[in-house]
Each structure stands twice: as C-alpha cells, then as structure tokens.
Design a protein around this ligand. Structure first.
Ligand code: GMT
Length: 374
C-alpha cells in the first residue's frame, strides 16, 4: 500500500506513535509518506521506503497568522497526486482532520478518491478540541473521516460524550516495540546517575501543566527521605522551571537531574527503577507503556486511560490525581526491597507484551484494507 501519514513531528505521544507506525508499516513492505512541518523526531536513520514531505508555510506581510492548514491541505493534495497514494492516515484531529477533508474534496473534483483515517490521541479531544473556537470544525471533520480510531476505551468514551459523533469509533490501542525497549542497562551510565547504587526514579513528558510535574518532585522528596534515590527528568516544556524551583526549595536539587529532550529513551529507561506519571489526564500514557516494556513499574494517577495499561498492584499503582501521599507510599512499597522491585519489574514487562507492535500494527493494516476494497 502507499500510505500518507500526517502527524506532529515533536516528542509528543501522537507524533511518536505515528512515526513508529509508519516505520513498522515500511518494514512490512508498504511505502510510507510522512507529511509534517518538520522531520518527525523518531524517524531516525534513512529507510528506502519512507519518504518525508515538509509542509512549507510561506509568510506574507498581511498574515499575522500564516495559514498552516491551507498549506497542509495543499501539500496533502500534491503528495497524494504525485505519488498516487492509497490512503491518508492523520494523527491528532487539529488541524489534520479538517485539512484532510479539504484535500479529499479537492481530489474528488479531479476524480481521485482518497480514504481518510483519523486517529484521535487525547488533547485534540479532551482539551483543545472541546474549546468552542475549534469544536464545530473538529466535530465536522471527524465525522467526515472514512474511519475514526481512538487510542483507548477512555478516549472513545470522552469523544462520544463531548462531540456529536455519527460514526463508529474503533479502539486501536497504542503500541510499543517490546524487543527494542527490553535492553540491558549500560552500567557506566547508571553509575554516573546513581554512583552509590541508589534507586533511579524517572519522569518523561512535555512538561505541560496537565502533567503535574510538581507532584513528581513532591513524591520524590518523600521517597528520598526513606530510600537512597535519584530522580531523572526527561523532556522539556513550560513547567520545567516550576519543577526546578520546587526541587531547590525542597533542598533536593542535588538528587535530581533535568536532562532535557532525549531520543534514546530505551537507554534511559533501561537504568530506571520506577516511572512516575502524575497527569491530570492521559488518554493512554504511551510514555508509561514504554517504561513497562523496559521493565520499569509505574506510579501513576488514575486519570483517563491510565487504568487500562497500568494494573494496580501488579505493574505499579494508581491513585487519585494529586494524591501525593498515596503515590509516595506506593513508590516506597515497590522500591522497599529487591524482591518487591523485581516482581513489579517482571510483571510490568510481561504486561507490556499485550501492546507489542506485532499485535497492534496488523490491526491498522486490516483497517486500511477495508477501505481499499471500497
Ligand atoms: O500529552 C502528551 O504527552 C502529548 C500528547 C500528544 O498528542 O502528542 O499525547 C497524547 O497522545 C499520546 C499518544 O496517543 C497518549 O499516550 C497521551 O496520553 C496523550 N496525552 C494526553 O491525553 C494528555
């Protein structure tokens, strides 16, 4: 198949998932065309049957807001025509689904039918998409997609409760390449972070408000009083300085490292003992799934779809959003001794296999095939 994938190129979960999907489809022999405004960060090394098309947005003195959506729709039309694509799979509704609708209508006039599949990821529905400045366009363009998928049961439910959706939403869970994440730790790396064999706690995100990174610092402060430990923060974003300030105020900044945006998550996860995800909402929590695949148990809030992947008492623990006291207790419960930690590590790794790339990618392929035969 010749497949167009439209996504955000950044470290965010939707871009990561879309890129990993494209790479997996290319390995299966499909020809994959990525359309984005920058090369997606997880694209990595050159692969012959992956092509990348950059959306250029010309500026003009009249434009206070350059019309990205128009440029995106025009790029879609070009790429679909020039490469005779079989279908377009857009990740994150805004503005990808409405640009795809526009491209589809333009191509229809020229006699070309292009099926559009929209995958909903989270904030496109629960936060930004619900805003009344976007909602009518989001609702319309989701309904005009040939197929709609959501990355968790919770996101499907949220979508149906906030938008008037006239079509079936199919749940295709996010996935992880378990073989890639089950790495042996690099000892030298572990020694730099935890020279005296301390436990390593980890948080990775885009540091948006919704992630509640201050809770991560507070949990670590409690754990650190009882258990020799270090905390690694991976990623960057608006709340990073809040977390940095709080660690200074609590007098624990020597125990915490902010390493910024990193591409080799598998190497970082391999040295971690516990992953913290305290978000106010997560449709799925791909970062937590990648942690589990690396054999790292998860302390998380019970928001959104997190309860669908993190199994309480098995792969980690879940608490109410903001319940730092419970999360700290549960973290210590996991980390208290090697036997307990080992049990959680093994169960987390085993559970992640349910979401292995080899189970999930064929679900997308079967979905695509349905629309090719129409
Ligand atoms: O919030 C993020 O981390 C970024 C955001 C995105 O759209 O890239 O992530 C969303 O999509 C991910 C992949 O499907 C999910 O794993 C995240 O849970 C979801 N984020 C939220 O729902 C807040």
């Amino acid at each position: 198949m010749k497949i167009g994938i439209v996504c955000y190129p950044t470290f965010g979960g939707s871009g990561v998932l879309a890129t990993e999907l494209g790479k997996a489809l290319a390995l299966e022999g499909h020809l994959v065309h990525f359309i984005s405004y920058q090369q997606p960060v997880r694209l990595g090394a050159f692969t012959p049957n992956i092509l990348y098309h950059e959306v250029q947005v010309p500026t003009y003195p009249l434009f206070d807001y350059p019309p990205f959506e128009t440029a995106l729709a025009s790029t879609m039309v070009d790429v679909i025509k020039n490469n005779d694509l079989d279908l377009l799979h857009v990740h994150y509704a805004i503005p990808h689904a409405s640009a795809a609708y526009m491209a589809k209508q333009i191509l229809k006039k020229e006699g070309k039918h292009i099926p559009v599949i929209t995958t909903l990821h989270g904030t496109d529905i629960t936060l930004v998409g619900r805003d009344k400045t976007y909602a009518p366009v989001v609702t319309f363009s989701i309904n005009e997609s040939d197929a709609i998928t959501a990355v968790s049961e919770n996101l499907k439910k949220e979508t149906l409760s906030h938008f008037h959706i006239e079509k079936e939403i199919e749940v295709i869970f996010n996935f992880v390449d378990v073989s890639r994440f089950s790495r042996r730790p690099i000892d030298a790396f572990r020694k730099v972070i935890a020279p005296n064999g301390e436990r390593i706690l980890l948080h990775a995100s885009n540091f948006r408000k919704i992630k509640r990174v201050q809770d991560v610092v507070k949990i670590f402060a409690e754990v650190n009083k009882q258990i020799p430990s270090k905390l690694l923060f991976v990623g960057d974003g608006p709340e990073r300085s809040t977390a940095e300030d709080l660690s200074r105020e609590l007098g624990i900044c020597d125990e915490i490292r902010f390493v910024g945006k990193q591409e080799q998550m598998e190497d970082i996860l391999a040295i971690a003992d516990l992953f913290l995800l305290t978000s106010e909402y997560e449709s799925f929590g791909l970062a937590a799934l990648e942690a589990m695949a690396a054999g790292v148990p998860v302390i998380s809030s019970n928001a959104g779809g997190l309860g669908e992947i993190n199994i309480h008492g098995e792969t980690g623990y879940l608490s109410e959003v903001g319940d730092v006291a419970s999360m700290s207790r549960q973290a210590m419960e996991i980390l208290k001794d090697d036997a307990s930690l080992q049990g959680f590590k093994e169960r987390a790794a085993a559970h992640s296999k349910k979401y292995d790339i080899h189970h999930i990618v064929p679900q997308y392929e079967r979905l695509y095939e349905r629309f090719l035969s129409v």
